[in-house]
Design a binder for this molecule. Structure first.
Ligand code: PEP
Ligand code: MG
Length: 542
């Protein structure tokens, strides 16, 4: 028995036989070519075939996992038209008089290394895409055609890495789980695994040579573990967990497509919290009515420089398109406090949680704010986006935000760029905002209560300080009374109020929140159906 840990991309547990996908064993040899122009023609034929195969894969993926995830195959088609990449291959064939397979392999490796060494996680993940298209061309050149990974009984696929096209070519019904040595959570393979609801572990430190096809394994996405050759006792434990999870899921699945409505007819919106576009699979899978909190600062974290307007626009547009008309509430950047980014040069602060963060940065450095607003307003044309501003404490802040919004609007107008001003709300996460929520409600379209920070600021407890865990009590009467007050003040002005902090997912408070008149709860995607169950079984009037 061997137990290994990895990063879980999708939570679920399975037990079954292993199929090991060994690296493409085809060895490319360098050969001298007499007629280089004929070799270029051979290459072009292989490229045409590859494009056709990719089109077929795209069509298959659109049906199985949706347009947004299928888009990777369009990207692959475009990569095959990339001038730098194709010119490098042509040049090599012509100047070195080598065979096309060799020129593709060397060029593919060079480009892939170049992407892999970039700091940007998104660009890093493109290394696998270049390898994927290069392998496809080499297979076509050598007359081996497309891969067929769909044979055999359902299995746990173990591989060094999986390319997106390998992933989508597999028959979903034949896969129990993915386990890979490499791969990033940002990769399209990971995205596809999530969309396909398949437990997946990446970054598992295993030696592929030691794993045999046919051996039994247990993949536990909750624990992030894979156990090869489990003993009898481990198997029994796993089978019990599989049955329990299956039962829970089955019961909850029955709630999909149903309304979030109490027995006496009160309806409430259940939305999901996400950190990046790649989480949207969970949102859809769990039947959330929309996205209630897209923490946009995650686009800024782990980078060496500010994300460009275009980068942000693409992410927001993708979210809007994937949610197909359902609401997507994007919070403007909440950098600062625990979310530190070097290139913001925030400097050291004695009390960062009470410091230069979130909207304060945006108002002091409007250029950063304007770039994000431009991307948001442009993306709003493509779906049902709302924007919300974090850490508000005063009416003046809102007035200043709206001045900046107006400037952005005029700039876009002058440049004749398509845009739409979305619904605009604020987070209520400071006691100051609670106390003036009556006035604030007149100014904005909605409130979303951030109970994580509201608890921190109300109880004067640093939410990052483990020593204070026993004192951090989000059930404190003061916090609950504040929530009630905010909801009342929102309704007084005909606005809606939701909760997007962790307390929204606290099942022991669901009935209380519904009775308070909370209009929306935005929670981790996996909590949606659990909340729906409680709501559908309760009455507002006890
Ligand atoms: C909150 O404060 O409750 C909230 C939702 O925002 P964050 O946890 O990102 O600060
Ligand atoms: Mg907060």
């Amino acid at each position: 028995m061997q137990c290994l840990k990895g990063k879980s991309v999708y939570k679920g547990i399975v037990k079954g036989p292993v199929v090991v996908l060994k690296q493409d064993e085809y060895q490319v040899r360098r050969k001298k070519i007499e007629d280089t122009e004929a070799e270029i023609l051979r290459l072009e034929q292989a490229v045409d075939n590859a494009k056709e195969q990719l089109q077929k894969l795209y069509d298959k993926a659109v049906v199985e996992v949706g347009e947004a995830s299928a888009a990777i195959f369009e990207v692959h088609q475009m990569m095959m038209e990339d001038e730098d990449y194709m010119d490098a291959i042509h040049n090599m064939i012509r100047t070195e008089a080598v065979n096309a397979e060799y020129a593709v392999r060397v060029t593919g490796d060079n480009f892939s290394h170049m992407f892999a060494s970039m700091d940007d996680d998104y660009m890093k993940a493109r290394a696998a895409d270049v390898e994927d298209i290069s392998n496809r061309m080499i297979r076509n050149l050598s007359g081996r055609g497309d891969l067929d990974l769909s044979a055999g009984e359902p299995a746990i696929i173990v591989a060094e890495d999986l390319t997106p096209s390998e992933t989508v070519q597999m028959d979903k019904d034949k896969i129990l789980a993915f386990v890979t040595v490499h791969g990033s959570t940002n990769s399209h393979t990971a995205i596809l695994a999530r969309m396909m609801n398949i437990p997946a572990l990446i970054g598992v430190p295993l030696s592929i040579e030691d794993v045999e096809s046919g051996m039994t394994a247990i993949v536990d996405g909750f624990e992030g573990s894979v156990i090869f050759d489990p003993d009898a006792q481990t198997c029994i434990k796993a089978e019990i967990k599989i049955a329990e999870e299956g039962e829970k899921l089955k019961l909850l699945q029955e709630l999909k497509g149903k309304d979030n409505i109490t027995l006496d007819g009160r309806q409430i919106k259940l939305y999901a919290n996400i950190g990046s576009v790649s989480d949207i699979g969970y949102v859809l899978e769990n039947d959330a009515g929309g996205i209630g909190l897209f923490r946009s600062e995650f686009l800024y974290l782990g980078k060496n420089d500010f994300p460009t307007e275009e980068e942000q626009f693409v992410a927001y547009r993708q979210a809007a398109q994937m949610m197909a008309g359902k609401k997507v509430i994007i919070r403007t950047l909440d950098i600062g406090a625990d979310k530190q980014v070097d290139y913001f040069n925030l400097g050291k602060e004695d009390n960062p949680a009470l410091g230069y963060r979130a909207i304060r940065i945006c108002l002091k450095q409007p250029n950063i704010f304007k770039t994000q607003l431009r991307a948001l307003f442009r993306a709003s044309v493509y779906g049902n986006i709302s924007v919300m501003y974090p850490m508000i404490t005063s009416v003046e802040e809102i007035e200043r935000i709206f001045e900046i919004v107006d400037e952005v609007k005029q700039e876009l107008e002058a440049q004749e760029i398509q845009y739409k001003i979305p619904e605009q709300g604020i987070m209520i996460e400071t006691p100051a905002a609670v106390m003036i929520s009556d006035e604030l409600a007149e100014k904005v379209d909605f409130f979303s209560i951030g109970t994580n920070d509201l608890t921190q600021y109300t109880l004067a407890i640093d939410r990052q300080n483990e020593k204070l865990d026993d004192f951090y009590n989000p059930h404190h009467k003061a916090v609950l009374k504040m929530i009630e007050m905010v909801v009342k003040n929102a309704h007084k002005h005909g606005k809606w109020a939701g909760i997007c902090g962790e307390l929204g997912a606290d099942l022991s408070l669901t009935e209380k929140f519904v009775r308070m008149g909370v209009d929306e709860l935005s929670v981790a995607p996996s909590m949606i159906l659990k909340l729906r169950k409680i709501i559908r079984e309760m009455r507002v009037e006890p």
